[in-house]
Design a binder for this molecule. Structure first.
Ligand code: NAI
Ligand code: SOE
Length: 379
């Protein structure tokens, strides 16, 4: 069987999740290759060595440039803060490596488009870390929409709420664009934009409001007062969207939602039925069909198992978590490499999500509806 050797850059939160996921991916299904966790790169020799040992990598390094030039490495996996993503990804693609990059591939959609083209020119497989969408319940919802069982898409309502803003270190890399922060819209909103476009197709226009927390966490800073002016970023946002197919969407994100740990939620309505998903009950999809006996109308709860796309277990209710769903994304990535196809979601899709993020920020700044650039053709 083919062996794929991975070099991981950045062994923090996501480096840990990816390390677990690579271990699970080839065990849980036949993905056509074995995966070897070859090198872990981090900022200092001590940190890199400690993380490599703990997370199960064969060796460690502090030099990502040397890593991407190594002929024996097949995959470069980028888990650094976003400010380093594009530079590493361009170098990896130029060296002919397949690249998995955490979101955002860059905070600049023009650069994302150039990166996408560079990867296409190099003929390498790319994938971005929109991991939540790989939950079997979401894949099932996508299939219900794609097969027409929910009818014509009408309305999509989503929110992504966390409480991580309260008391957070103001100097963390997530807190400013200069250090790679994407704001709540880009950092967590990108996941629900990804899900919306997975299910309803592309968003074509948006209108929005965003807010930044005032110093001292006493309330929102004056409108427009802090977002971007001093390098700070949005902590909260709401936006309306119109999809290219005419469906409507409404979205809310916040890093200041007390009690909300990681609440990713959506509802989607079609002419024949609706679905409801909550990441905090991620194995379940609630489904309601219009064409139901009058005395049975309402939502039923589907507990996903291996009858559903991407599901691993025959028995539902065993518990499927963050590492497993991360592993599902690597199963698809490795399959795409082995089969010589394109992965999904790839850098082209990441570029479009970034364009939506930028349109939301521009709509909030201009107090108007803003068109989203149409998705690039692949060439
Ligand atoms: P983190 O701060 O926990 O870890 C970043 C790691 O990169 C640290 O170990 C740091 O020492 C290392 N690093 C920084 N600069 C480096 C460089 N130049 N070379 C090598 N190593 C370097 O960050 P976290 O939370 O893991 O985020 C990383 C990326 O993953 C971000 O883009 C973030 O948006 C994304 N993310 C995605 C999640 C998802 O569910 N898809 C969840 C959390 C983060
Ligand atoms: C923010 O708190 C964060 O870590 C995001 O960066 C991730 O993308 C999200 O999945 C979890 O929350």
């Amino acid at each position: 069987m083919r062996e794929l050797k991975v070099g991981l850059i950045g062994g923090g939160f996501m480096g840990r999740a990816h390390s677990l996921a690579y271990a699970l991916a080839p065990i849980a299904a036949d993905i056509g290759a074995t995966v070897t966790k070859e090198v872990l790169v981090d900022a200092t020799p001590e940190l890199a060595a400690t993380l490599a040992q703990q997370l199960g990598w064969r060796s460690s390094s502090t030099d990502w440039r040397e890593l991407v030039e190594r002929p024996d490495i097949d995959i470069i996996d980028i888990c650094t803060p976003p400010q380093f993503h594009a530079e590493i990804a361009f170098a990896a693609v130029a060296a002919g490596k397949h690249v998995f990059c955490e979101k955002p591939i860059t905070n600049d959609s023009a650069e994302a488009a150039r990166l996408t083209q560079a990867a296409l020119d190099a003929g390498v497989v790319t994938q971005v870390g929109f991991n939540y969408r790989h939950a079997p319940a979401i894949s099932f919802a996508r299939d219900l929409l794609a097969s027409g069982r929910l009818g014509t898409p009408l309305q999509f309502r989503a929110s992504y709420l966390q409480e991580v803003g309260f008391g957070a270190d103001p100097n963390r890399w997530r807190a400013s664009r200069a250090t790679g922060g994407s704001g709540a819209v880009g950092d967590i909103g990108s996941h629900i934009i990804d899900m919306a476009e997975l299910m309803f197709g592309d968003i074509r226009r948006v209108s929005a409001r965003i807010r930044t927390m005032a110093v001292g966490e006493t309330g929102w800073a004056e409108e427009g007062g802090q977002v971007d002016d001093d390098g700070r970023i949005d902590d909260s946002g709401v936006w309306l969207a119109e999809f290219a197919n005419g469906a409507l969407g409404s979205f809310a994100v916040s890093s200041y939602a007390s009690g909300r740990k990681n609440r990713v939620y959506f509802e989607a309505d079609g002419t024949k039925g609706s679905v409801e998903f909550n990441w905090n009950s991620r194995e379940e999809l609630k489904v309601s069909y219009v064409d139901e006996a009058k005395d049975h109308k309402g939502f039923r709860t589907i507990h996903t198992n291996n009858e559903h796309p991407d599901g691993w277990w025959r028995l539902a209710g065993l518990g499927t978590g963050y590492p497993e769903i991360s592993a599902i994304q690597f199963q698809k990535f490795v399959r795409a490499i082995v089969d010589g196809g394109q992965a999904d979601p790839d850098f082209g899709h990441a570029t479009h999500v970034q364009q939506v993020v930028e349109a939301i920020i521009a709509a909030a700044a201009s107090d108007s509806w803003v068109d989203v650039a149409p998705r690039q053709d692949r060439s």
